[in-house]
Design a binder for this molecule. Structure first.
Ligand SMILES: Cc1cc2nc3c(=O)[nH]c(=O)nc-3n(C[C@H](O)[C@H](O)[C@H](O)COP(=O)(O)O)c2cc1C
Length: 192
């Protein structure tokens, strides 16, 4: 039976969880603006299944704006301890609101307050201003439940291509490429 790249990804992630010194779920997220200018930053993988790879962020951030502009993304995991990388490309879509609510509710209170306090990617006059905003919000919410800010949500990148790269001696690395087809995945090798 053909290899399922989603299962293979889970195997590699499980191995990375055992060997990486921190953040095995960290992945680079590449987006582009409406003129095709690329930008890249790290985010954390918060969910994965056959429907895609999920991360959470502020939709008013630079990446949020770029995902609005092109709705396509590329993800990259690099697990240094295993000498492996996984490249993922495909369209990105917001997750359903109920899913974003559920994940937001599972975050720590300080992270929830941080999501309210941060105008992610906008210029910040001073660190003190950010801390004052945070304090003010902490007092405003008191002991009450902190709802999800409407501009804070998750995106799911639905993989059209997944490539698994593993280090081999003398730079004769292995590259296994999976491409989504109407009836499943095709698998091929690429020269390193
Ligand atoms: C290991 C790591 C994990 C991160 N995870 C997230 C994340 O899950 N969501 C997020 O919005 N920013 C995360 N960040 C911060 C982003 O890299 C970035 O600074 C921020 O999202 C603003 O990016 P933008 O201006 O391109 O939108 C993380 C940074 C690092 C180094």
């Amino acid at each position: 039976m053909a290899t399922d790249p989603d299962l293979l990804f889970e195997e590699w992630l499980a191995e990375a969880r055992l060997s990486e010194p921190n953040d095995p779920e960290a992945m680079a997220l590449a987006t582009a603006d409406s003129e095709g200018r690329p930008s890249v930053r790290m985010v954390l993988l918060k969910g994965h299944d056959e429907n895609g790879f999920v991360f959470y962020t502020n939709s008013r951030s630079r990446k949020g704006g770029e995902l609005g502009a092109s709705a396509r993304a590329a993800l990259l995991f690099h697990w240094k301890s295993l000498r492996r990388q996984v490249r993922i490309e495909g369209p990105a879509e917001p997750v359903p609101e109920a899913q974003a609510d559920l994940y937001f509710a599972s975050r720590s209170r300080p992270s929830q307050l941080g999501a309210w306090a941060s105008e992610q990617s906008s210029p910040l006059e001073s660190r003190a201003l950010f801390e004052a905003r945070y304090q003010q919000l902490a007092e405003q919410f008191g002991e009450g439940e902190i709802p999800r800010p409407k501009h804070w949500w998750g995106y799911r990148v639905e993989a059209e291509r997944i490539e698994f790269w593993s280090d081999r001696a003398h730079r004769l690395h292995e590259r296994r490429l999976f491409v989504r087809q109407a009836d499943g995945w095709s698998e091929s090798l690429l020269y390193p």
